[in-house]
Design a binder for this molecule. Sequence first.
Ligand SMILES: Cc1cc2nc3c(=O)[nH]c(=O)nc-3n(C[C@H](O)[C@H](O)[C@H](O)COP(=O)(O)OP(=O)(O)OC[C@H]3O[C@@H](n4cnc5c(N)ncnc54)[C@H](O)[C@@H]3O)c2cc1C
Length: 386
Amino acid sequence: MANNKIPVLISGNGASGELMAAALAQSGVPCRILAPDVPEMPISQARTIAIWRGGLEYLEEIFTTQDFLADGYPIRAMSLIDEKAEETVYLPEDIDLTDEYFGYNLNLQALTKRARDHNLASGLVTYYPSRAECWISGGTLRSEDAKTHEAELIIVAEGKDSSTATQAGIAPLRYQTGTVAVIAVVQHEVPHEGFAREYHRPPGPLAFVPLDEYHSSIVWIHHDTEATRALLADEELLLQKLNADSLDQLEITALTEPAVIIPLASRQSLTFRGARMALIGESAHKMPPTGAQGLNLTLRDIATLQKLLVSAYQQGHDVGSAELLRNYSANRMKDSLAISSAVHLGNASIRLGGPFGWLRRTLQQRLMPQFPTLQQSLIRHALYGF
Ligand SMILES: Cc1cc2nc3c(=O)[nH]c(=O)nc-3n(C[C@H](O)[C@H](O)[C@H](O)COP(=O)(O)OP(=O)(O)OC[C@H]3O[C@@H](n4cnc5c(N)ncnc54)[C@H](O)[C@@H]3O)c2cc1C
């Protein structure tokens, strides 16, 4: 290894990049993060994220999670309501989980900050305050301040439109543009009792994830941006629609912060590797937020890469070898394709209705209950998956 060559360079400091570095630091592998800016993050209540049990247990292996779990909210049951208003409720025991919760609804910024604090304290993670500008060749790139970085392995964690992956010739499939998500925190009269609820009804899925007893964060998918903007401009109408589409089950009375619209775009990379390059997080897979799978899937990217990398590093082997990266990519492709297909199929069946809706209802309500082991293992994989 040349003197200035480092084992691992991580490009991107969102949740994926910070958590990847934390996992490596925990196992004694040094790395550098290219971090465009490290702002003092405002902790907004609205941007919460459901992390399922498998993900929580993995996080606990990296750093203690007690502090932010204490500020999070347990998800004790899940309810899926279809367009015919038929409800299917799942409890942890339905899929053989011994604890009484499926996962926690956590603040995304708090989780990312927890990883960063761990990294700063570890002495093994250094932050380089610039962005990757130009990929030069396997293991080498230049940052915006004209510095050349050489690493055995570059981990790309640049979010959904990674310039480094594109320059290295890795172009993801792109689809579902023109779709938006309304994100808000709502107050309701009926306590949620720890239920995460997903209403699979037109115009698109409406998900409630528990906060404290009388508040939930919502993600509501729409396919007409202008109509959605108009809806958000009229809070009374918005509350009416929210109550109607959630079958008046929670009796929503107010938004605690103004609702925001964010554009949604889906990406699926058909490989998770390049020359001395591994893709993680949204640089590899970006999907609609229904089912709360994005970061959970990323945690499995991180766990897989950590295991391969740590083993190579400890034995003094090349951490960016083609063989290691082939293993990583093959492992992650299957999981990522399975999860993103399930999420997209679920969404398409609402939007397109007809035979798709019939197929989903039949699978969900008629066939799956006949095969409890299959049902359990599918849900276990989506929620547990490690
Ligand atoms: C509304 C909503 C709800 C969600 N809910 C859930 C949920 O409940 N459960 C779940 O598991 N997932 C959920 N997700 C998905 C989850 O939020 C994302 O998967 C995750 O936050 C993506 O993190 P990331 O680090 O991969 O990407 P990003 O957050 O986009 O971070 C990428 C980082 O890379 C930096 N960067 C970009 N280009 C460069 C460059 N050239 N050089 C250096 N740095 C660069 C960027 O500045 C950014 O900091 C949700 C998503 C949405 C939109």
